[in-house]
Design a protein around this ligand. Structure first.
Ligand code: FAD
Length: 446
């Protein structure tokens, strides 16, 4: 940014109330990063991107004031929750201002009858879930980063996670029931959208509106029980995972890890033992059924106990991308992929095992996809360069997997590859100059 523009911007921003401003190089660096280093491709692409200023508003009024200043100076504004995203979603590709939303964190209301919650976007999911607990409710979906991530970042950048086995994905109709947003204009507007209009801002990487509050559906609280099941044979383990999903069990998590991944998990995760492992969160009345199903498969079941009985890490922190995190901590040379597997799954897995051997370690997650029980995969991939990665992805697609590429920057390329006209139209309405998180919405050509 030109020094003259930066000075003008700084002067206006430092004069605002309920706003912290940072310009120290270490802070600029810190707030310009997320967990994109899981991808060697993104690491290369993003390592030099840096904000010119970082601000943190404490009220909706302060958010509006920042939006007005950025719009008047025509400066890019990139929103940041807790910065735990994996695809550089909150990295300011063109510099400018990064706005950290975590001080806007109030739970505004929880409806007694329906459990619908209205919460400010910077609220951490852990705190939100705690507040819901006091009302006998819980979040339907959580990322495995639920202790540190914000609800706004989850809606704008996440997709699903713990709870997806029962509730599908964030963009399924019925999770996001409405929202409040601030537009990026010289005279910003504070708007409320209903569930239908809100969809265009769901998983749009903060490119088409500043979310200040969300209305979300919640679920009755269940005292989840942690259970692990070990199998000698991969085929048995896969069959058991499918059986668990199709039985009359209330599940919150159904993770299947290849034995080579189990061996790479931290010591607190349980004994290594050289077996494939299923990790389950199940309602108390389902534990006996799991024991019955495990006995049929000659599997070893461990009733770990109530999730609420311990405060630290639990099975949640061994699932979804936390599995990737642990393997990368053990050996940094791993990256990963994300895909929905075709049914039956085993043919694809076998074909890839033959061609990729120990360079591809299988991690599956039970999910609900348009009402049906499916398996998603987040396999660990040993990094052998871009060409090998492209070849692997092409092979996965040719075998029928739907790939969600975690090595790309735009909303569209990380999803189904197609431009969502509603997302682009929302950007035209709420960010007409294209200043919000530039470079992340491929469909925006304005
Ligand atoms: C180990 C690990 C495990 C993970 N597991 C999962 C998982 O299970 N499921 C999953 O979906 N994701 C997962 N993620 C990705 C990420 O942690 C989650 O999506 C998380 O919810 C993001 O929240 P955040 O507050 O960190 O958002 P950030 O990373 O700060 O932001 C994410 C996106 O949201 C935008 N944004 C943030 N706040 C706002 C706002 N107020 N208005 C508009 N846009 C905004 C940002 O610009 C950015 O594009 C994982 C990541 C890691 C590193």
């Amino acid at each position: 940014m030109e020094p003259r523009v930066l000075e003008g911007l700084l002067e206006e921003l430092t004069g605002l109330e309920q706003l912290s401003v940072w310009r120290d190089p270490a802070d600029l660096e810190r707030f310009s990063r997320d967990a994109f280093d899981y991808s060697p491709v993104l690491l290369e692409r993003l390592r030099s991107c840096r904000a010119d200023l970082v601000v943190r508003p404490e009220s909706v009024a302060a958010v509006m004031a920042v939006a007005a200043v950025c719009a008047r100076h025509q400066v890019p504004l990139t929103l940041r929750g807790a910065g735990t995203g994996n695809y550089g979603q909150c990295v300011p590709l063109e510099g400018g201002v990064v706005m950290v939303m975590t001080a806007l964190n109030r739970v505004r209301a929880i409806e007694a009858d329906s459990g619908v919650v209205e919460v400010e976007s910077g609220c951490l999911l852990k705190e939100l879930d705690q507040s819901l607990g006091a009302h006998g409710r819980q979040l339907r979906l959580l990322p495995s980063t639920w202790r540190s991530a914000s609800v706004g970042g989850f809606i704008a950048g996440g997709s699903g996670g713990i709870g997806s086995v029962r509730w599908g994905f964030l963009r399924d109709p019925g999770h996001l029931l409405g929202l409040e947003l601030v537009t990026l204009e010289p005279e910003p507007r504070l708007l409320r959208l209903d569930g239908a209009d809100a969809e265009a801002l769901n998983h749009a990487y903060g490119t088409n509106g500043i979310l200040t509050a969300l209305q979300l559906a919640t679920a009755p609280r269940v005292p989840w029980q942690e259970v692990s099941i070990d199998c000698d044979d991969w085929g048995d383990a896969l069959q058991l995972a499918t059986l668990c999903q199709r039985s009359a069990l209330e599940l919150h998590l159904c993770t299947l890890l290849d034995r080579s991944i189990v061996d790479r998990l931290p010591p607190w995760s349980g004994p290594a033992g050289g077996r494939h492992r299923l990790l389950l969160l199940v309602a108390p009345d389902g534990v006996a059924t799991l024991e019955r199903l495990a006995a049929r498969s000659n599997a070893i079941i461990v009733r770990i106990g109530a999730e609420a009985a311990h405060r630290g890490n639990g099975l949640r922190e061994l699932s979804w991308n936390h599995t990737t995190l642990h393997c990368r901590s053990a050996e940094p040379g791993w990256t990963y992929l994300q895909m929905l597997l075709p049914q039956p799954e085993q043919a694809l897995i076998e074909a890839l095992r033959v061609d990729w051997g120990d360079d591809l370690l299988w991690h599956l997650e039970g999910v609900r996809h348009w009402g049906g029980a499916r398996l998603a995969a987040l396999p660990l991939v040993r990094w052998r360069g871009v060409e090998a990665l492209e070849r692997l992805m092409a092979q996965c697609r040719s075998l029928g997997a739907v790939l969600f590429n975690p090595h790309v920057l735009t909303v569209e390329d990380g999803g189904l590859g197609v431009i969502d006209g509603d997302q682009v139209a929302a950007k035209a309405r709420f960010d007409p100059k294209g200043l919000l998180n530039p470079g992340k919405l491929r469909g925006w050509t304005g």
